[in-house]
Ligand binder design. Structure first.
Ligand code: AMP
Length: 431
């Protein structure tokens, strides 16, 4: 199905052709006709499916059709995203799609000066992309009004809820006096998500490109059971021995990311960092080096990697299992895209076995265990039996996400101790 057959204006089709888009992706095939008819939409779609164009193109076309223009300090369409990276990425994509039209797009998110964003909002904007917290600040300072909003999109709504933005979202909704067309996109579903959707959407059309909470069928999932203190060694060994290129490594803490990059460097493997302590420009540079193959590995935390536009990767490694099983789905959504083969590897210490069970339940698939000779974990059989009990599963359910990437000082001390012991051991072996 081509974009011109969808009745998009020639200036949009021209821009899409320049972006290299020829046919609609499955989520676009489902969402665009419904959105063009004005329906509210509840979509279950992962990153990498083309969801940005799926919600943005109908909004762009309808804004063009209405021939109105934004008045001072107002926005006509609002797209909310959980992180600054995603907001920026969406705004860049929309700027590409609208480059031959007169529509304006701007983004506001934390970490940048309020004053420059205020100046961009001053003349009014057709499409505003924002993170919830920063948008609230601009609304409070009367830099922008969303009272007359025509379109409202929530992208990665599940992540916004995970990050505790539910009140911000509800406050933002109170500012809207019109009945905008609303689209809500999310990679996973939950009871909280369903509640939000039923509160804000009107007779939504539900669409989904993959069965809920599942991952692409082209991905091979593998678990390597390994003791915590030997994970870095195993990482180096696998990357080197199997000659893996373009490896995205996920960790839960910034400190772990720093340590891994140092260790890989010692082993002659160039790795770059992507976490919350790095300035956005540094993260973008790291991503470029990684994409261009100048760095073989990128080590990232969930929050920082969210929204990064990484087309397709052969290998994603969970150095740490994520705190929430849903994050496994987000993380490995970076591989196996567009029907290509993907490889999702998880290093699993004794304490992380339970998360594997939860992930298996979520993705409805058993994950293959592979023991790397020389890295077999010590004494964990009894534990693995225990983790499958119902009560263990229940206890685990109350865990919260880790948006700040900060670990407690006790955990940090423990992990650093392991790294130091590990280093000492490697030095001894090398002598
Ligand atoms: P998204 O899921 O929106 O992050 O999109 C993932 C990637 O697919 C981005 O690099 C988009 O530019 C690209 N993309 C989106 N729609 C299409 C399309 N119809 N044809 C080719 N590439 C696309």
């Amino acid at each position: 199905m081509s974009f011109s057959s969808q009745g998009f204006a020639p200036e949009i089709v021209k821009a899409l052709t320049e972006c290299g888009y020829q046919k609609l992706t499955p989520i676009q095939q489902k969402a665009i006709p419904l959105a063009r008819k004005g329906h509210d939409i509840l979509a279950n779609a992962q990153t990498g499916t083309g969801k940005t164009a799926a919600f943005a193109l109908p909004v762009i076309q309808q804004l063009l059709d209405s021939k109105k223009s934004a008045t001072r300090r107002t926005a006509r369409a609002l797209i909310l995203a959980p992180t600054r990276e995603l907001a920026e990425q969406i705004a860049v994509n929309i700027a590409d799609y609208t480059k031959y039209t007169s529509l304006t797009v701007t983004s506001v998110f934390g970490g940048k000066k309020m004053s420059s964003q205020e100046r961009a909002l001053e003349p009014g904007v057709d499409i505003l992309v924002a993170t919830p917290g920063r948008l609230q600040e601009h609304i409070e300072e009367e830099n922008v009004s969303i009272a007359n909003l025509e379109f409202l999109v929530f992208d990665e709504a599940d992540r916004m809820l995970d990050m505790g933005f539910v009140n911000a979202i509800r406050n933002i909704m109170m500012e809207v006096n019109t009945s905008p067309q609303i689209m809500l996109f999310s990679a996973t579903s939950s009871a909280q998500m369903n509640k939000l959707a039923s509160d804000i959407l009107r007779k939504p059309k539900r669409i989904s490109v993959d069965p809920e909470n599942t991952t692409a069928s082209t991905i091979a999932h593998v678990v390597y059971p390994v003791d915590e203190e030997r994970k870095t060694e195993l990482l180096s060994e696998l990357i080197g021995r199997k000659n893996w290129q373009q490896v995205l490594v996920f960790v839960n803490y910034k400190e772990t990311a720093n340590e891994i990059v140092k260790e890989l460097k010692l082993d002659g493997i160039k790795a770059v960092l992507c976490h919350g302590d790095k300035a956005q420009s540094a993260r973008r540079r790291a991503l470029e080096e990684f994409k261009e193959g100048k760095a073989r590995v990128m080590v990232a935390t969930d929050v920082a990697a969210r929204g990064l536009d990484i087309a397709d990767l052969p290998h994603v490694i969970n150095y740490d299992m994520p705190f929430l099983a849903e994050d496994y789905v987000h993380r490995i959504g970076r591989t196996g895209r567009a029907g290509k083969k993907g490889h999702a590897v998880s290093f699993v210490s004794r304490e992380e076995e339970l998360t594997v069970v939860q992930v298996e339940t979520l993705i409805q698939q058993r994950i293959r265990r592979v023991e790397q000779p020389g890295y077999e974990p010590k004494n964990r059989d009894a534990y693995i039996d225990k983790v499958n009990t119902k009560s263990a599963f229940k206890n685990r359910k109350g865990r919260t996400n880790n948006p700040n990437e900060d670990q407690s000082s006790a955990e940090r001390r423990m992990r650093l101790k392991n790294v130091i012991q590990n280093k000492a051991r490697i030095t001894k072996l090398k002598k």
